[in-house]
Design a protein around this ligand. Structure first.
Ligand code: ADP
Ligand code: MG
Length: 342
């Protein structure tokens, strides 16, 4: 945090303007007055809607839902169900809870098909796609590494080379076989650990937004620890929600947007320094070590799971991978702050 705080404003501007931090601050101007009913693009604006905001802790992060609804009853009911959807995702994916579907399934016998829920199948399908497009830079089987690092950091040390080598035997999404139609998975090794930290929050935000939509809520924003999914614009702001990216040294970039997702990845808040080397919580699966490039990446995509995962991939591989992803996901915008001091 300190190192980034000490970067100069000029440096931020040189890298990519002022869109530079992992701290996302979301602002939707308070809905004060009612403009005449009008149509903006395909979005119907409706001044009978009121703004409601709900907050909770979900997936170990602060989570907020802002939505426009006709009544508090409708709003609270929709938000409750959306929070439930996020909890469901956490119950399936958490690598902190031994009872999660992910932890339970990897603890079962390997080399045999295991029935899984459609939700877990969907996350694995998206993960497989990201693993493929990133040439393995995105890989939830890095759980073997992340758990090793968690233990080592508690002991204030970097894992030994032997420990990394040992863990590497359990890493590689190619060892996860998926039967997406039959909702089944097979793990090629015993004791693999899946860590969905780089896609889970975006995936959960997508699901929460879909739940709000089934309750008739169209103008809404779901923010899970900086992974943000936004729906239709607020009634009085047809250009969209005002999204600000707050830079640690005080700079801020703002823009109105709607019907997109935003995610940020980087080590500005989570890293470990040992012998002068700074290791990110984002692991390079090729080495087993936390990346040291200090890239901070912000991605705008059509959905949360894509934004979340792509941000993590670019944090590992750097800006050179961006053209490949842009070809794959045409509506993608990626901003990279290299974080280097030269
Ligand atoms: P944050 O969790 O801060 O939003 P990210 O979305 O970038 O940040 O996810 C980082 C998390 O993803 C790590 O804390 C870890 O749990 C997991 N992870 C680390 N390296 C990888 C990787 N190469 N591929 C997939 N997941 C990873
Ligand atoms: Mg991510």
């Amino acid at each position: 945090m300190l190192a980034r705080t000490m970067q100069t404003q000029a440096q931020h501007k040189r890298v990519w303007g002022f869109f530079t931090s992992s701290l996302l601050l979301v602002v939707c101007l308070v809905h004060t007055s009612c403009a005449p009913l009008r149509t903006a693009g395909t979005h119907r604006t409706d001044c009978t809607l009121k703004r409601y905001e709900y907050a909770s802790v979900q997936m170990g992060s602060r989570c907020s839902i802002v939505l426009f609804a006709e009544s508090e009853e409708i709003a609270a009911n929709a938000a409750d169900h959306a929070f439930d959807a996020i909890s469901d995702v956490n119950r399936a994916l958490s690598d902190y809870q031994p009872s999660s579907e992910s932890m339970r399934s990897t603890s079962r016998n390997h080399n045999q098909w295991i029935s899984i829920t459609p939700l877990f199948t969907q996350v694995l399908v998206r993960s497989k796609e990201m693993f493929k497009h990133s040439n393995g830079a995105f890989d939830p089987t890095v759980g073997a590494y992340t758990h090793l690092w968690r233990t080592a950091i508690k002991e204030n040390r970097v894992p030994t080379e032997d420990e990394i080598r040992h863990a590497s035997e359990l890493v590689g999404f190619r060892n996860v076989h998926l039967d997406a139609i039959g909702n089944r998975v097979m793990f090629k090794h015993a004791s693999m650990i899946l860590d969905f930290g780089a896609i889970g929050k975006g995936f959960a935000a997508d699901r929460a937004m879909r739940v709000l939509q089934t309750h008739g809520i169209r103008s809404a924003l779901v923010n899970i620890g900086g992974d943000i999914v936004i729906g239709d614009p607020p009634p009085d702001f047809p250009d969209g929600w005002l999204i600000s990216v707050q830079v640690i040294d005080g700079e801020q970039w703002s823009s109105r947007m709607h019907s997109v997702a935003i995610a940020t990845s980087g080590d500005s808040e989570r890293y470990f320094i040992s012998d002068g080397v700074r290791y990110s919580h984002i692991i390079d699966p090729r080495t087993g070590y936390g990346v040291q490039n200090q890239n901070t990446v912000t991605v705008i995509a059509s959905n949360g799971s894509t934004a979340d995962a792509v941000a993590s991939v670019v944090a590992v591989l750097g800006a050179q991978i961006v053209p490949k992803f842009k070809a794959q996901y045409t509506d993608l915008k990626v901003f990279v702050d290299s974080g280097q001091s030269q």
